[in-house]
Structure formats: structure tokens, C-alpha cells
Design a binder for this molecule. Structure first.
Ligand SMILES: Cc1ncc(COP(=O)(O)O)c(C=O)c1O
Length: 445
């Protein structure tokens, strides 16, 4: 399938949009403009077909151009474009929360809606603080994040996050009382592991060290991504998440899993917490919730957390938090249609079926020049390259650009090429993605 070329903006027409997380000057000199999408593919404004190896930005899990979602959103907008959810409600919000509660790990059946992953994270952090206060432990105010963690770009998420470039310009405004666990990436011990690495579960014990430093009675919550995505696909060592859970339970500290990337089938089960059999207290999601069609996020809470708020006079507001667009009707319609597609096409478990082919194809890149590690789980993958001397990230950025020229959209972070194709990916797509990557890596300096 091809696409008719669309009108391409002139260079000066690119000036006003200050692009997020983008090298603006480089982009505007060499624009990569996407104009249409269907299934596994994008088409550029000049009509080139690009295979999508990253589900947009880890969000279009059911692939592109899903007309069922577009129709559901259009129907909702034509019926009622907006309804507040402060002291009001609309049926789709309750239906969606009920559907999500059934998908979630046992007991996580209370759902708070947001509009993005960043808002989900800041919401979960605020719920954690307010929960402890509601049960008389208001001195628990510290958060523990993790080095190399990414939890969005709100001040809360930036504070618990651990990616230096996201933090350094804002260091004066980080939340006080935040500490970080060490990250779990260790190429020396774990290079080319297939699935979860075997070395590193003991790194979870660092939480005991931080508790020894601050005292458990001051700590509200620990937040980690079950699989860290943005820092370059960092997998939890076998047994690591279970150990974190044990330590949090022992010390009455809430465990928050940030499942913005891992939620909705990325690892072969609806959520990483189900796949890894470790249930957190709070779980943040977004992205795949609406297949990326409409911005929406959701925070899942254990029933005990919700119940802790349900005290005092019945007419009193229990949590002073929410967004104008929490449970926006169009977003609810998109999410319900997305969940229907996931159920009908078995997409929330498809990564488990095709994961072995994905793993084998990726690991066939071992031995290619510059490749120092390959990591994978479900339908996530990372190829890490040896950094160029004095120019960290430059080699992978060139690979990203050349792959795009060759018709494959990847994601570059540092010296890692990260991959997370739509869950509808077929073996022929995997072959094209990996072969293109191999050809590009082989010819670059
Ligand atoms: C784990 C994680 N948390 C939070 C976010 C932030 O989500 P958003 O960009 O929707 O605010 C992301 C985005 O990639 C993420 O990967």
C-alpha cells in the first residue's frame, strides 16, 4: 500500500512548533513528517512507507488506523462531547473503570483517571502521601525512585525519575526527601541475556540500606518501572521485583509499579505485575489504554487504599485531586473500543506467543559490529551499541536516522536502539525490522 504525498510545510512553517524531547534545529533542517498510518505502517508526507517498530511511542499496541476506535470516539463526540467528573459522572467512565478492574491484578479494582503517564505518576505519588495521612501516618513523606527510571515529566515524576538529562535543568525544583535505588543494568554480568537476567536480584536489598538511612517510618512509597523503557529497556533481574515487594510489605511502604509502557500486553500478559506475579499497591498506566488514539491515563489502586480514604462525613470530598479531563467521554469511548479490540484479537497475550520469534530475531544481531548488548522480553527489545569516543549517543542517533531513511521507525535513547512494535506484528515484519537494523549498523562507523 502506498500513500498520496501530502502538502509538505516549507522550512519556515516548521518554526513555531517547539518540539518535545527533540533536537529542534536538526529536525527542522531534516524533517521527518508522518502523514498517515495503518496497521504496522506509517507513510511520510512525501509518500514513503515506514514500518513502525515502536508502536508510535510505545502506545499503538493494536496497530494503526483502527476504525472501531475512530467510530466510537466520533459517536461519543456527537452524543456528548464533554461531561465533568467532579461531583458528576457519565456512564462510560464507570463502565471503563469496571472493565479495567477485571483486567487488573487481583484486588487492584479502584481506578482513578488522568490524561497521560506523567499525570498518572504524579497522581499515584499524591495518593500515596494522602493514604498514609488518612491512616494516621502522615510523617511518611519520602519517595524512593530508581536511577535511570523514567516517570514522566511532572515535578513528582521528574524527582523520582533517574535520567540525568531530564533532571539537571530542574534540579532546584526537585521534590525534597527523594532517594534512589541503584539501576539494574549491568552489561558486565548480563550482556546478551535472553529474557530476564540472572544476575542482580540482590540489588533490591539496597532498599533495606535506604530504609536504614532514612527509617521506614519516613517513607511513603517506592516507585519503579517493572521494565524500564525510556532509559533503554532495562530488565528486572530474576527475583528482584519479588524482593522489592517483600521489603515494602515488611516496612509498610507502598509499592508503585509504573506500567505506562508495560501495561496493556507489552510483555505477554495484560500487565507486568501479572506476568511477574508481583502485585504492587498502586499501578500507573496510560499509552496502550486508548491505543494512543486519545490522551488518557489510569491509576489502579488496591481496594485497601481506596477504603482508607472512605471515612468522615459522606458528603465530604475524600481526595482533593483530579483533572478537568479525568475520564473525558471521548477518551473513555476510545479506551472501551481499544479493550474490545484487545479482547477480540487476543492482543494482551500475543507478545507471549510471538515473543520467542522476536527474541531469536533480535539475538541474531549478536556479533554485528558495535553491538555490545541485546535485551528482550515480550515484544520489547533493545540493541545497545558501543558509544563513539567523546560522543555518547551519536552512533545510535545515526542508526535511528538511517533506519528511518531505510523505512523503519525505531527509538533512540543514549546508545540504545529501543524497539516495541505494535502487538499485531507478524514474522515478516520482524524480519524486515531486524534485517534493516543489521544492514544499517553494519555500514556505519
Ligand atoms: C514508565 C513511564 N512513565 C511515565 C511516562 C510518561 O507518560 P506521558 O508521556 O504520557 O506523560 C512514560 C512515557 O514514556 C513512561 O514510559
Amino acid at each position: 500500500m502506498s500513500a498520496q504525498p501530502t502538502a509538505i510545510p516549507s522550512p519556515s512553517e516548521l518554526d513555531s512548533f517547539w518540539m518535545p524531547f527533540t533536537a529542534n534545529r536538526h529536525f527542522k533542517a531534516h524533517p521527518r513528517l508522518l502523514a498517515r498510518a495503518e496497521g504496522m505502517y506509517y507513510w511520510t508526507a512525501d509518500g514513503r512507507e515506514i514500518i513502525d517498530a515502536v508502536a508510535g511511542l510505545w502506545c499503538c499496541n493494536a496497530g494503526h488506523g483502527r476504525h472501531e476506535i475512530a467510530q466510537a470516539v466520533a459517536q461519543q463526540l456527537n452524543t456528548m462531547e464533554y461531561a465533568p467528573t467532579f461531583q458528576m459522572g457519565h456512564p462510560a467512565a464507570f463502565e471503563l473503570a469496571n472493565r479495567l478492574a477485571k483486567l487488573a491484578p487481583a484486588g487492584m479494582d479502584r481506578v482513578f483517571f488522568t490524561n497521560s503517564g506523567s499525570e498518572s505518576v504524579d497522581t499515584a505519588l499524591k495518593i500515596a502521601l494522602a493514604y498514609h495521612r488518612a491512616r494516621g501516618a502522615g510523617q511518611r513523606t519520602r519517595f524512593i525512585g530508581r536511577e535511570k527510571g523514567y516517570h514522566g515529566v511532572g515535578f513528582g515524576g521528574t524527582s523520582v525519575g533517574g535520567m540525568v538529562n531530564n533532571r539537571k535543568a530542574f534540579s532546584a525544583a526537585m521534590l525534597p526527601g527523594v532517594d534512589h535505588l541503584p539501576h539494574t543494568l549491568d552489561i558486565g554480568h548480563n550482556a546478551f541475556s535472553r529474557g530476564l537476567p540472572h544476575w542482580g536480584a540482590h540489588l533490591a536489598n539496597e532498599l533495606e540500606r535506604l530504609i536504614g538511612l532514612h527509617d521506614a517510618s519516613t517513607i511513603a512509597a517506592v516507585i519503579v518501572e517493572p521494565v524500564a523503557g525510556s532509559a533503554g529497556v532495562i530488565l528486572p533481574p530474576l527475583g528482584y521485583l519479588k524482593r522489592l515487594r517483600e521489603i515494602c510489605t515488611k516496612h509498610d511502604i507502598l509499592l508503585i509499579f509504573d506500567e505506562v509502557i508495560t501495561g496493556f500486553g507489552r510483555l505477554g500478559k495484560p500487565f507486568a505485575s501479572i506476568e511477574f506475579e508481583v502485585t504492587p499497591d498502586l499501578m500507573t498506566t496510560a499509552k496502550g489504554l486508548t491505543n494512543g488514539a486519545i490522551p488518557m491515563g489510569a491509576v489502579f489502586a488496591q481496594r485497601k487504599i481506596y477504603d482508607a480514604f472512605m471515612q468522615g462525613p459522606e458528603s465530604a470530598i475524600e481526595l482533593f485531586h483530579g483533572y478537568t479531563y479525568s475520564a473525558h467521554p471521548a477518551a473513555c469511548a476510545a479506551a472501551l473500543a481499544t479493550l474490545d479490540i484487545y479482547a477480540k484479537e487476543g492482543l494482551l497475550t500475543r507478545a507471549a506467543t510471538i515473543g520467542q520469534q522476536w527474541e531469536d530475531a533480535l539475538h541474531a544481531l549478536r556479533g554485528t559490529s558495535h553491538v555490545i548488548d541485546i535485551r528482550n522480553y515480550g515484544l520489547v527489545g533493545a540493541v545497545e551499541l558501543e558509544p563513539r569516543p567523546v560522543k555518547p549517543g551519536a552512533r545510535a542517533f545515526e542508526v535511528f536516522l538511517k533506519c528511518f531513511e531505510a523505512g523503519v521507525m525505531t527509538r533512540q535513547t543514549g546508545d540504545v536502539i529501543a524497539l516495541s512494535p505494535p502487538l499485531i506484528v507478524e514474522p515478516k515484519h520482524i524480519t524486515r525490522i531486524v534485517e534493516t537494523l543489521a544492514e544499517v549498523i553494519r555500514v556505519i562507523e
